[in-house]
Design a binder for this molecule. Structure first.
Ligand code: GDP
Length: 319
C-alpha cells in the first residue's frame, strides 16, 4: 500500500481537533496525519508555506486555516479578511500544485452565499449574487477557493475541492462569553447562571432557525471527502432540512445538558441575525444515503461534558 501523508492546516481548531479525535480511532496503517497550527508556518508568507510543505511532504491536504471572526470583526477589518485569506489560499493551492499533492480539501461556509437568495441553498448557488456587505472581504476570498478548485483542475488536472458545512459546534470550540457562536456562548453563560442561581438569558427572540453539525460528524465526513469524493465542485456537509432547529430549542437542549433548572428568558433587544440559512444536503445524501448523524441532544451532552471537565484546566477551553 502506498503511504499517504495528510497535512491538516488549522489543525488545533474546532474541526481540526475533531478530525484528530476521529482519526485516532480508525487510522489505517498507510496514513500518517500531521496537524499543523500557526506555530508551524505563516501561511500568508509563500516562503514559510513552502518550508512547511518541504518539511512534511504531504500527499494530501485538508486546509482549515483561515482568518475568521464574528460580525463586528468582519465589518471592521474587511481588507485584512480579504488579503489574509486570499494570500493563505493562494500559497496553499500553489504549493499543492507544485508538489503534486493528490488531493486538497478546503473549507467554505454557508455565510459566503448571496445575501438575497431563495431557500434551500445548494452548491450551485454560491456565485449567484453579492454576499452580505458585512462580511464581503471574507466571503469573496472564500468564493475564490471554489474558482481556484475549478481552474487548477482545468489547467493542471488537480484533484482539489471544497466542503461547505452549516453551523458547527463541539469540543474545542471558542467558548467566549461575547464573541463566540451561539452554542458555545450559551453553554458558557448557562454554566455560570447555574452556579450563580441567576436566570439564563438567550439573545434575540429564539425564533431563528439553523442546521447544526457536530464537529465529530463533520470530521468523519471530511475524512470521507478526502478519501472518496472526486468532484472539483463543492459539497454541502449538513444535517437535512428536517433537522433545522430554532435557537429556543437549542437553548432548551443546552439547559438540559447543564441540568439547569432555573428560569430561561429571551433578550429581544439583541439582534436575531438572519432568520434562516436553510441548506440542502441532497448531494451528500446521494453519495452517503446511510450516514448517521449524532442525535443533537447526544452531541450537546458530549460537548457540555467536555466543557465542564476542562473548564478549570489552564489553556484547555478557549473562553
Ligand atoms: P450565525 O447567525 O448563523 O452566523 O451564527 P450564531 O452562532 O452567531 O447564531 C446566531 C443566532 O443565535 C442569532 O439568532 C442570535 O440572536 C442567537 N443567539 C442567542 N444567544 C446567543 C449567544 O449567546 N451568542 C450568539 N452568537 N448568538 C446567540
Amino acid at each position: 500500500m502506498t503511504k499517504k501523508v495528510v497535512l491538516v492546516t488549522g489543525g488545533s481548531g474546532l474541526v481540526g481537533s475533531a478530525i484528530r479525535e476521529v482519526i485516532a480511532g480508525e487510522r489505517p496503517e498507510n496514513e500518517e496525519w500531521i496537524f499543523a497550527s500557526s506555530k508551524d508556518a505563516d501561511l500568508c508568507d509563500p516562503a514559510s508555506t513552502a518550508a512547511m510543505f518541504e518539511k512534511y511532504k504531504p500527499t494530501h491536504v485538508i486546509h482549515l486555516a483561515a482568518q475568521v471572526g464574528g460580525l463586528f470583526a468582519n465589518m471592521k477589518y474587511k481588507v485584512e479578511f480579504w488579503r489574509n485569506n486570499i494570500a493563505m489560499n493562494d500559497n496553499i493551492f500553489q504549493e499543492c500544485h507544485k508538489r503534486g499533492v493528490e488531493k486538497l480539501v478546503s473549507c467554505l461556509s454557508t455565510c459566503i452565499f448571496p445575501d438575497k437568495t431563495t431557500f434551500p441553498i445548494d452548491e450551485t448557488m454560491i456565485h449567484d449574487g453579492p454576499p452580505h456587505f458585512s462580511n464581503e472581504g471574507y466571503a469573496y476570498a472564500k468564493r475564490m477557493v471554489d474558482v481556484q478548485n475549478r481552474m487548477y483542475k482545468a489547467q493542471h488536472g488537480c484533484n482539489f475541492t471544497a466542503v461547505i458545512p452549516t453551523n458547527i459546534f463541539g469540543k474545542h470550540d471558542n467558548f467566549h462569553l461575547d464573541n463566540s457562536h451561539v452554542i458555545p456562548g450559551l453553554i458558557h453563560r448557562g454554566y455560570l447562571c447555574k452556579q450563580k442561581g441567576e436566570p439564563f438569558t438567550i439573545w434575540g427572540s429564539g425564533t431563528p432557525l439553523r442546521q447544526f453539525i457536530y464537529s465529530n460528524d463533520l470530521a468523519r465526513l471530511m475524512i470521507w471527502t478526502m478519501r472518496e469524493y472526486q468532484e472539483a465542485d463543492p459539497i454541502i456537509l449538513s444535517v437535512g432540512e428536517e433537522d433545522e432547529i430554532s435557537i429556543a430549542d437549542v437553548a432548551r437542549s443546552v439547559a438540559k445538558a447543564l441540568d439547569f433548572q432555573g428560569e430561561v428568558n429571551f433578550d429581544t433587544t439583541k439582534a436575531d441575525g438572519q432568520f434562516k440559512k436553510t441548506a440542502n444536503n441532497a448531494k451528500l445524501r446521494k453519495y452517503l444515503p446511510d450516514f448517521k448523524f449524532t442525535p443533537f441532544d447526544e452531541a450537546m451532552a458530549s460537548t457540555v461534558k467536555w466543557f465542564m471537565e476542562n473548564y478549570e484546566t489552564p489553556g484547555a477551553v478557549r473562553k
